[in-house]
Every structure is written in C-alpha cells, then in structure tokens.
Design a protein. Structure first.
Length: 294
C-alpha cells in the first residue's frame, strides 16, 4: 500500500520500496522491522521507523530532496552547539530507478510532535525555544542561504494569491493590511546568522510536557533572523511571547518581519493544504488568527 500523496509531483513510496532500498544500500539494517510513522505534522518527507533506534527519511518530492545533503553536511556541526537533540544522519541513500531521490537513515528521536500532541508546558517552551534560537545564532554563520532567510518581498505574489483563494474564510482586508505593514518594515542590514527557518509545531518534539528535540533542518541556513521568531505565532500564545523575547535579542523591526513570515506561512498552509492535509491547514488558519489578533 502506497503512502497517501500531498503533492502533485510526489514519488510513489511504500514499505516494499523502502525494504528494497535498505537491502541494496544498507544490507546490515535490512532485517530490522519497518513501521510507517503516521503523522499529519510532516509534509515534505515520509518516515519509516527502522528497528527501535533509527528512522528512514524519504523526501516526497524532488524539491525536498536537497535537504538530505544539507542535513548530512551541517547537522553534525550544529548539534554540539544546541541545547536540544537534533537528528543524527547515520547513512545517506542514493537515488535508484525505483526511487530517483536522495534519502537518509537517521537516529530515532523519542517524543511527540507538538502539532498533533500539543500537551506541552508553554511557559517552559517559550524560554527553551528562545535559548535554542540564541544558541543557533551564535554558530559561525558560514552556510547556505536559509529557505526563509531573505526578504519578505520574495513571497509577495504567493501571499496575495493565498488571500484571494481563501476568499471569505478569512478577514482578507485585515490579512492584506498586516502583510503590507510587514513589507514596509526595514529589511535586515546586519550580518547573517544561522536559522532553522521552519520552527513549526510539527518540527518540535516533547516528552512529559517539555521540549526535547528540534527536527527537520531541511530549510536551515543563514540569513535574516526574523523567520526564527515564527514560533511566537505558530507555537506560543500572547501570554508567553514576552518570555520568548526576553531570551532572544530581537529588535522591533525583526519582530515585525517575523510576524510577516508567520502570516506568510499561515496563509500558504491554509490555502495549499485545505484538502490535502486538513490538520496542517487548521494550523495555518490558527496562525493567521494569532497574527491578526496580535
């Protein structure tokens, strides 16, 4: 049975394919159990738990496949500097005729993602996320451009299209005004810093109410630190936002651009995933609401 598709250009993936890839490229792991990880938090990769301690990570689309080499190169450098666990790449799989993309085997990280299992202490999360971002920003900023590390203006057409598509299901006038206010904010003129660039609830793992790991660094790189303030609107509430900001050196312009990045994400997720992934679309709508209420 194939994995349900979220994107038009997705590659067919099932357990037989994954077993064949392991047998051909990592035979030492081929006899371990394979279990599909069912979650609506991830939209770029299909995951199979391999035995007890590993996970096979297969990009769904060609556009997501670059993350394999990116994580393989940079995670080992970033990990020692960060206060949370992050993925450890154990093997980098090669494309084949049956699966024409790079893929990887990583260490399994225990925990529930915060999107589908949101029982996390938000006060601790605000402080811990601030510490994580502060630590990441201190790493020597030698790296590729982050997915969300450039100017907000590069997303203008997509945001306006999402507002049109969503029609009367959102306050289009308020969303447009908020977006235009973010676009008018001065751009970043400081030195680039390391960014995760995709700090969404589905990329945060927790146990016993506390954050324990940050996953999916496929969008990481260097750039404007604004996008890594997105958890303020994607994860936290108005009550705990000051706790986050107290941990991170964020000026008003950076905060305003971060609000724009959160709005961009929320509108895009609500529009694109409305039918494909209702849980993720609901997250997008919630984020739009948080931004507009702020």
């Amino acid at each position: 049975m194939s994995v349900s598709k979220l994107h038009a250009d997705e590659v067919e993936i099932d357990s037989s394919l994954v077993g064949g890839l392991l047998a051909a490229q990592f035979p030492r792991w081929a006899d371990l159990s394979l279990t599909l990880v069912t979650s609506q938090a991830g939209t770029s990769n299909v995951l199979y738990r391999l035995g007890e301690d590993m996970v096979v990570r297969l990009p769904r689309t060609p556009g997501a496949a670059d993350s394999v080499a990116l994580e393989s190169r940079w995670l080992s450098r970033l990990a020692p500097e960060l206060p949370f666990a992050v993925p450890e790449v154990l093997g980098e799989g090669l494309p084949t005729d049956g699966y024409p993309l790079q893929w990887s085997v990583c260490r399994w990280l225990d925990g529930d993602d915060v999107l589908t299992n949101p029982d996390v202490d938000e006060h601790h999360a605000a402080i811990d996320l601030g510490r994580f971002i502060g630590a990441l920003r201190k790493v020597d900023a030698e790296g590729p451009p982050a997915f969300r590390g450039g100017p907000l203006a590069t997303r203008d057409a997509g945001v306006r299209a999402a507002v049109r598509d969503l029609g009367g299901t959102i306050d289009a006038a308020a969303a447009t005004a908020a977006w235009e206010k973010a676009l008018a904010t001065p751009e970043w003129t400081g030195d680039p810093v390391w960014l995760h660039s995709d700090l969404l609830p589905g990329n945060l793992l927790a146990r016993d109410g506390r954050l324990t790991a940050v996953i999916d660094f496929g969008a990481c790189g260097v750039g404007d630190p604004a996008c890594d303030t997105m958890p303020v609107w994607t994860v936290l509430s108005a009550e705990t936002r000051p706790l986050f900001r107290a941990q991170v050196d964020v000026d008003d312009a950076t905060w305003a651009r971060g609000r724009g990045w959160a709005l961009c994400f929320g509108l895009g997720a609500a529009d694109y995933y409305e039918v494909r992934n209702p849980v993720f679309a609901a997250l997008g709508r919630r984020v739009v609401g948080e931004v507009l209420a702020d």
